[in-house]
Design a protein around this ligand. Structure first.
Ligand code: 5AD
Ligand code: SF4
Length: 478
C-alpha cells in the first residue's frame, strides 16, 4: 500500500523528544507523589465537537503518562487544560468565562499550571486576548501542537515563564500518542484531520489546517484493538471523512477503508462522521448497505434548503442533488436513521430562502437535526458579507425551524411504538437517576429500566412511548 507522504507525519525526532519530556515530567511527579503521598492531579475541560473530545482523551493520556492522575475537580488540580472550540461565538465566550473562573484557583495556588489549547487559540486575536487579559494562563498551544503537549509543559515547568505557541501551524499526523478513553465501550477513532472545503461560514479550515489522512493500517489496528478490548460502538472521525485518502498517493478511499474495517469480527457498531453531501458517493452507500457492522445511521449536513444560500455558503451542491443522495440512501437502507445540520440566518437569507429550508425539512423528514443560529466568525468570507441578519430575525426563524422539526421527530418516534429496538446501554441517566438510558444504532436516546451490570451492553427494548427527542420502553429478552 502507498504510504502517506512523509511530510504529513510528525518526525521521529519529534516523537522521541516528546517521550523524553514525558519521562522528565514523570520523574518529577513521582518525586512529588513520594513526598506528598498522592500524585498531582490534572483536570481537562472539553468544549466543542467529537474531534475535541478525542483530542482531550489524548491530552489526558499524555498527562497520565507524565505522572498526573486525572481528576474531574478543577479545585484539586495541579494542571488545568481547557480544550477550546471556535465554531460559534458562544463556544468562545464560554471558554473565556471558564478560564476566568480559574483565576482564583491560581491566586490560592501559584504553582497551578493553567493551559488553554484547541481551535479558539489558533486565532491571532484570541492569542492576543489571552496574552493581555489572562496573564495567569501559563500555557497556550493550537491544534497542530497537541502532540507537543509534554514538551511545552516541560518548558513551562522548567523555565517558569509563560509558553504561548498559538502561532505554530505545521499540521501533520501524529501517531502513537497515549489515549485515556472516557468510556470502556464507546470510542472515537480519527481517520483524518483538517478540512479543505472552506464553506464560507466555517472557521474549521483556518484552525485545523488542510486535510491529512492517517495510514489505513494504523486505523485498522486501532479499531481491531478496540473491538478486541470489548468496545461496542466505534465512531470514525474526520471533518469530511469522504476525503479520506485523497491527500496521499493511495488508491483506496473512505468506502474501501469502511469495507475493510467491516471484516473485523465481533459484536460492534461502526459509526462515522461527518460526510459532506458533495462527496457522499454511491459506492460508500453501497458499502454501508452490504456491511455487517456499519451502523444504519447517516449524518448528512444540509445547512440550508435554498440553492441561493447553499451557493453563498460555498457548499457545492443544490437541494435537488442533496435529495437525490438521501433518496438513494433510503432506497438501499429503508430503516436508516438520517440526521442533519442546519444553519438559520446566514447573511442574505430572505423569508423565501428560509421557507425553502422549512420545505426541505418537511421533504427530508430527518430523525433529528442539529440546528444553529449563524454566528459570524472573524476571517471567514461570510462574516464580511453585507446583509447580516438581525439577531431577532435569526432567533424567530430558529424557533420556527425547531417547531417544524419537533413535529417530524415526534411522528418518526411514534412510528417506533410497538417495535423492539437494539440499544447500547449507557447506565443510569444523568438527568434522572431513576432510569437508565441508551442509544440505538441511529443515535436515538431511549429510556428504560435495567440493572447496573448492563451498562455497556446491547439490550433489546420494546418501545412504548415517544417524545420528539427520546423513546421510552421496557427491556425484553433477545
Ligand atoms: N455559525 C453557525 N453554525 C455553524 N456551523 C459551522 N460554522 C457555523 C457558524 N459560523 C455548524 C454547521 C456545521 C456544524 C458542525 O456547525 O452546521 O455542520
Ligand atoms: Fe470541533 Fe469545530 Fe469546535 Fe474545532 S471549531 S473543536 S472542529 S466544533
Amino acid at each position: 500500500m502507498a504510504a502517506t507522504p512523509k511530510s504529513r507525519q510528525i518526525s521521529e525526532e519529534d516523537k522521541k523528544r516528546q517521550k523524553e519530556c514525558t519521562a522528565q515530567i514523570r520523574s518529577a511527579n513521582e518525586a512529588y507523589t513520594k513526598a506528598n503521598g498522592r500524585a498531582p492531579r490534572a483536570f481537562v475541560l472539553t468544549l466543542g465537537c467529537q474531534q475535541n473530545e478525542a483530542d482531550s482523551e489524548k491530552l489526558c493520556g499524555m498527562a497520565e503518562a507524565c505522572g498526573y492522575e486525572i481528576t474531574d475537580k478543577a479545585e484539586e488540580a495541579a494542571l488545568i487544560m481547557v480544550n477550546t472550540c471556535a465554531i460559534r461565538e458562544h463556544a468562545e465566550q464560554r471558554a473565556l468565562s471558564l478560564v476566568g473562573q480559574y483565576k482564583h484557583l491560581k491566586a490560592r495556588n501559584p504553582e497551578l499550571v493553567i493551559g488553554i489549547c484547541g481551535c479558539m487559540v489558533v486565532q491571532e486575536h484570541r492569542i492576543e486576548d489571552i496574552k493581555r487579559r489572562y496573564p495567569y494562563v501559563d500555557l497556550l498551544f493550537g491544534t497542530s501542537s497537541l502532540h507537543r503537549f509534554p514538551e511545552l509543559l516541560l518548558e513551562k515547568l522548567t523555565h517558569k515563564k509563560r509558553v504561548l505557541r498559538g502561532d505554530e501551524t505545521e499540521y501533520a499526523v501524529a501517531e502513537d500518542i497515549p489515549i485515556r478513553r472516557e468510556s470502556t465501550y464507546r470510542a472515537w477513532v480519527s481517520v483524518m484531520y483538517g478540512c479543505n472545503n472552506f464553506c464560507s461560514y466555517c472557521i474549521v479550515p483556518y484552525v485545523r489546517g488542510r486535510e491529512r489522512s492517517r495510514e489505513k493500517e494504523a486505523v485498522i489496528r486501532e479499531v481491531r484493538e478496540l473491538v478486541e478490548a470489548g468496545y461496542r460502538d466505534i465512531t470514525l472521525l474526520g471533518q469530511n471523512v469522504n476525503s479520506y485518502g485523497k491527500d496521499g498517493d493511495r488508491s483506496d478511499d473512505f468506502a474501501d477503508l469502511l469495507a475493510e474495517l467491516d471484516t473485523i469480527e465481533g459484536d460492534y457498531w461502526l459509526h462515522f462522521m461527518t460526510s459532506h453531501p458533495k462527496d457522499a458517493t454511491r459506492k460508500l452507500i453501497d458499502v454501508m448497505a452490504n456491511a455487517r457492522h456499519v451502523a444504519r445511521h447517516f449524518h448528512l449536513p444540509m445547512q440550508s434548503g435554498s440553492d441561493r444560500i447553499l451557493q453563498a455558503m460555498n457548499r457545492r451542491y443544490t437541494f435537488e442533488k442533496y435529495r437525490d443522495i438521501l433518496t438513494y440512501i433510503r432506497k438501499k437502507m429503508p430503516d436508516i436513521t438520517v440526521t442533519s445540520d442546519l444553519i438559520v440566518g446566514f447573511p442574505g437569507e430572505t423569508e423565501e430562502d428560509f421557507a425553502a429550508t422549512l420545505d426541505a425539512l418537511r421533504q427530508c423528514r430527518f430523525d433529528m437535526i442539529y440546528s444553529f443560529i449563524y454566528s459570524p466568525r472573524k476571517g471567514t468570507p461570510a462574516a464580511e458579507m453585507a446583509e447580516q441578519i438581525p439577531q431577532a430575525v435569526k432567533s424567530e426563524r430558529y424557533e420556527r425551524l425547531l417547531a417544524v422539526q419537533n413535529e417530524i421527530a415526534l411522528a418518526v418516534g411514534e412510528a417506533l411504538i410497538g417495535k423492539t429496538v437494539r440499544v447500547l446501554c449507557d447506565g443510569i441517566s444523568k438527568n434522572n437517576e431513576k432510569v437508565y438510558s441508551g442509544r440505538t444504532e441511529g443515535g436515538k436516546i431511549v429510556f428504560f429500566d435495567t440493572t447496573p451490570e448492563n451498562t455497556g451492553k446491547f439490550l433489546s427494548v420494546f418501545v412504548e412511548r415517544a417524545e420528539p427527542f427520546a423513546l421510552y420502553g421496557t427491556v425484553v429478552k433477545d
